[in-house]
Design a binder for this molecule. Structure first.
Ligand code: NAD
Length: 494
């Protein structure tokens, strides 16, 4: 039995929880009924934040504010260069508050602080990229329709957008949506996860300081049923941009369809990394551990299925096991930590339940598998399960924890079959020195992203999203702003 983790209490533990008010029409407001949500740090166990909890009245007020800002405010009407200037200023302000934001995300989500810093750095890059797209967004013109006709296709902002985000990358995911909606000239109502809302509220303050007019961005803390659902059905909303589970994504899309709202869906994943014998096995082993345990596996892109060629399985997995046992699990606020706390006790139990079920189904826990004893917070040991077969729940369902399932193959056809044998299609990885092999896998895997001899890298320039039940639409990339627009055709006759 390992010694219990010794989690040091940070300075925040002896302070009053930070309080956050809702942001509606440029003002910070309490909920009308005075309700609040308390968030305890999953890594330490003390209440770190208290948010005003929105209800129906606040959803209505936020919608009215966003609608007014869209219909009569300056934001959709101003020059793109002026909108870009606000986004660039926001990026600069995020940079000056990077440490504060990273700490909030680490405290509320349990992710390692060093990783959180990297995410905020990535978010800054995205805000700057979106600013560049604001200025290059353009429509089309057609002078080939006859001498008396000119066709012009405008790209207009779509209107009020509801943005709903999950808890696993609190600041990064809102930054994959909001700057593009703003670049297009839209207004928004944003609902972060009820567990990790603090950094989104900080973002709201930053946007006001950067010069965003009142009402353009409204931020509500609250639960899915009370706040998320009415944000999806509200008649003033034209588009819903949702990131979260496939289960809630389906409900959200069904609700949005009642009023034919546009949807953008970034949902779950069950991603495979396929390792061939001719690969750089050292790099592949590093990527297996990184892919499996990054963000404690609470990651849509987690490489949760390791699909290894039989010929190298024993040696390769021995190397992966050694590396995984060196992964430093512990205090999210410790710079050296690689795997932090699990988001909630319920979620940890769910993940542990998958491990138990895998054992019953014939899986073999090769390393890890246990809850780690600690003086505070909730932590799981990075876990690898061998002898997994395609029919097992652990091979099919999104576990969302630090659990790597190993499946093996002898032919490329079998590897592809395993990789594609899931309702999800978010991402995949392939490791081989053969360009033929890499090309075959990259072309045949049904997923929105395929990493070849690398894993889980992301760039604002590259579109991201899922095939199959991993989502609908793409975020990032040069068309990201277009997603938040309508096309209007104007025909000029003389
Ligand atoms: P979730 O679906 O439980 O919640 C996501 C958001 O939806 C939260 O803000 C929640 O309050 C809200 N919500 C819940 N019920 C709602 C309803 N009925 N109507 C409207 N909103 C509602 O997901 P989660 O547990 O917060 O996040 C984990 C999931 O997110 C995983 O499945 C993960 O794969 C997915 N995810 C996907 C991506 C991607 O880019 N594809 C990125 C990160 C996370």
């Amino acid at each position: 039995m390992n010694a219990p983790l010794n989690i040091a209490m940070p300075k925040e533990a002896s302070q009053a929880p930070k309080a956050y008010k809702l942001l509606i029409d440029g003002k910070h407001v309490e909920a009308r009924d005075g309700r609040t949500i308390e968030r305890a740090s999953p890594g330490h166990g003390f209440v770190v934040s208290r948010y005003a909890e929105a209800g129906a009245a606040e959803v209505e007020a936020a919608m009215q504010a966003a609608h007014k800002a869209f219909e009569t405010g300056p934001w959709p009407r101003m020059k793109a260069s002026d909108r870009a200037a606000v986004l660039l200023k926001a990026a600069d302000l995020i940079e000056t508050r990077l440490e504060e934001i990273a700490r909030l995300d680490a405290l509320e989500s349990g992710k390692p602080i060093a990783q959180a810093r990297g995410e905020i750095g990535g978010a800054i890059d995205i805000w700057r990229y979106a600013a560049s797209l604001a200025r290059t967004l353009h429509g089309e013109s057609y002078a080939n329709l006859g001498d008396d006709m000119l066709g012009v296709v405008l790209r207009e902002p779509i209107g009020v957008v509801s943005i709903i985000t999950p808890w696993n990358f609190p600041f990064l995911i809102v930054s994959q949506k909001l700057p593009f909606a703003l670049a297009a000239g839209c207004t928004a109502v944003v609902k972060p996860s009820e567990m990790t809302s603090a950094s989104t509220f900080v973002l709201g303050d930053i946007l006001l300081e950067a010069g965003l007019p009142a009402g353009v961005v409204n931020i509500l803390a609250g639960f899915g049923a009370d706040v998320g659902a009415p944000m999806v059905s509200h008649p003033l909303v034209e588009m819903v941009s949702f990131t979260g589970s496939t289960r809630v994504g389906k409900t959200t899309m069904a609700t949005a369809s009642n009023s034919l709202k546009k949807v953008s869906m970034e949902l779950g994943g069950k991603n495979g990394q396929i390792v061939f014998p001719d690969a750089d096995l050292e790099a592949a082993a590093d990527a297996a551990v990184f892919g499996g345990f990054f963000n404690a596996g609470e990651c849509c892109n987690a490489g949760s299925r390791l699909i290894v060629h039989e010929a190298i399985a024993d040696d390769f997995l021995a190397a992966v096991k050694t590396l995984s046992q060196k992964v430093r699990v512990g205090d999210p606020l410790d710079d050296r930590t690689k795997v932090g706390a699990m988001i909630s006790v319920d979620h940890m139990e769910k993940v542990a339940g998958y491990v138990t079920a895998a054992k019953t189904d014939g899986g073999n826990v090769f390393t890890g598998g246990a809850r780690l004893a600690s003086n505070a917070g909730q932590y799981l040991d990075p876990t690898i399960i061998r002898n997994v077969t395609e029919d097992m729940a652990i091979a099919r369902e999104e576990v969302f924890g630090p659990v790597l399932s190993v499946l093996t193959f002898e032919t490329i056809e079998k590897a592809l079959h395993i990789a594609n044998n899931t309702p999800y299609g978010l991402s995949a990885g392939v490791w081989s020195a053969s360009i033929d092999t890499c090309m075959s896998v990259a072309r045949s895997v049904r997923s929105g992203t395929v990493w070849v001899n690398t894993f889980m890298e992301g760039y604002p320039e590259l579109p991201f999203g899922g095939y199959k039940q991993s989502g609908l639409g793409r975020e990032l990339g040069k068309r990201a702003v277009e997603d938040y627009t309508e096309e209007k055709t104007i025909q000029f006759h003389r």
